[in-house]
Design a protein around this ligand. Structure first.
Ligand code: ADP
Length: 442
């Protein structure tokens, strides 16, 4: 194997021996030896000088330095090239990381140990209001929330912090801080990740309210039933007729609980089930469906309301009949339950908007405008007493909204106090099957 030291050694031997021989010829062998050694040292110094000049330059290929220097230069060149490639790779990685984290939906802020901002992504500008010239400023001077200042000054941050957004107090931000840089974050730098958790908070509140509402709705009829059962326990006090009367009184709250549980089950299956796709759904014939619902509504009305129907037989919906029955049924029975005797209820199914619409219109008392945006909320009622006494659960319009959402349709409510209300279900063209009307030959 090539040994660089041996080439250097032979170089030295060559200079020394040549000079000694020349010295010998001229009769000064010792001076020849000294001159040979000196010459070697001078050329070595020259080679070192060339080596130093080359090493200080960029990364040009090594020149011919000869001997051991040539080997050192070659190794030096290889190491330099390797570290250059690594640096390039790291720069590229960093660039890609910055690029991808810029597009992250979460705000990312890189901080020095003392809280000075090193870098932040685009979302951080939008979410926290950071501006490009905020780089280098301390985060505590920009987000002045006292809980945040306390949090950032803690030595460790095992739990995330939730605060109102500095830009929009109606939004809740979750802030998480993790050590960053070096192995195990020994550089002391911090990575601050901020996500908008407003919708999660809203869902949690909705869930809490929903459970509270369900419990309340079930507790009321249950208390009535329990009351009658307590009284009935002492059966010796009652004759058969009184017992029958009490049992009949238990029936109404039991029925209310049954309806509530059925509505809850319906809502739960609407919430969780996959929506029926327009291509794979069965054709629901709207006219017969509405007519059958109207027959039930007439029974409920007991002749107190006038019904008008305007149905286009040629338009059908691709969807789930049971769900549409429930949605249209809720709108029609609401019109019966919340309007007085003598009201005219008009049910129409006609082309309209981008497709067709089913509308239930009444000229009843109408609804005040402040209630309209909340009508489809679960358990929201305009008049709780009236809704309960007419067998309402407060879930009817929520079910309508969910059924329509699953059928890519929309509910619109127009109402005026004293003039009446109109509830319309707008189905878009993709959900409809329009049959050609038969042309009668003259
Ligand atoms: P409920 O089960 O109580 O009927 P809904 O969600 O079906 O609940 O309806 C919500 C509220 O909307 C009802 O409590 C009622 O006050 C009001 N409402 C619905 N339809 C009408 C209507 N046609 N006329 C007047 N008020 C109505």
């Amino acid at each position: 194997m090539f040994n660089p030291w041996s080439s250097e050694f032979w170089r030295l031997v060559f200079y020394v021996v040549t000079a000694w021989l020349l010295g010998l010829i001229f009769g000064w062998p010792v001076w020849g030896l000294v001159a040979g050694l000196s010459f070697y040292i001078v050329t070595l110094a020259q080679r070192f000088h060339r080596f130093e000049t080359w090493a200080n330059q960029g990364v040009s290929e090594p020149e011919e330095f000869g001997g051991i220097l040539e080997d050192i230069a070659f190794r030096f060149y290889r190491i330099r090239m390797r570290s250059r490639r690594r640096k390039k790779r790291l720069t590229e990685l960093l660039r890609r990381w910055q690029h991808s984290s810029s597009a992250l939906p979460d705000a990312t802020v890189l901080l020095e140990k003392n809280g000075d901002i090193l870098w932040f992504n685009r979302t951080a500008s939008a979410m926290l209001g950071l501006k490009p010239n905020d780089q280098g400023r301390n985060i505590g001077n920009l987000i002045r929330h006292p809980r945040f200042i306390y949090y950032i000054n803690q030595p460790e941050h095992p739990e995330p912090l939730e605060i109102a957004s500095p830009r929009d107090i109606s939004r809740i931000l979750s802030i998480r801080i993790v050590p960053y840089g070096g192995v195990g974050g020994e550089t002391g730098q911090l990575l601050m990740l901020v996500s908008d958790v407003t919708h999660i908070q809203r869902l949690m509140t909705m869930r809490r309210d929903f459970i509270a509402n369900v419990s309340h709705e079930l507790r009321t009829p249950l208390t009535v039933i329990m009351g009658y059962l307590e009284t009935l326990k002492d059966d010796e006090m009652f004759d058969a007729a009184t017992m029958k009367e009490y049992l009949a009184r238990i029936e109404a709250p039991a029925q209310r609980m049954k309806t509530l549980v059925e509505d809850l089950l319906m809502l739960s299956s609407l919430d969780t089930g996959a929506p029926p796709s327009p291509e794979l759904s069965a054709i629901v014939r709207v006219s017969p469906l509405v007519k059958s619902i109207l027959a039930e509504a007439e029974q409920l009305s007991q002749g107190q309301h006038d019904f008008v129907i305007e149905l286009d037989d040629s338009i059908q919906i691709r969807g789930v009949e049971k769900e549409l029955h429930s949605a249209f049924g809720n709108l029609i029975t609401n019109a019966v339950r919340y309007t007085p005797a003598g009201t005219t209820i008009t049910v129409s199914w006609q082309p309209g908007g981008d497709g067709a619409k089913l509308c239930v219109r009444d000229n009843g008392p109408g609804i005040s405008p402040e209630h309209l945006p909340r009508l489809t909320e679960r358990f929201y009622r305009v008049d709780v007493g009236r809704s309960r006494s007419s067998g309402g659960t407060g879930l009817g319009l929520a079910i309508v909204k969910q059924v329509l959402r699953r059928h890519d349709a929309e509910l619109t409510i127009v109402s005026q106090v004293g003039a009446g209300s109109e509830f319309c279900c707008l189905f878009n063209h993709a959900r409809l099957q329009v049959e050609k009307k038969l042309q009668v030959a003259r």
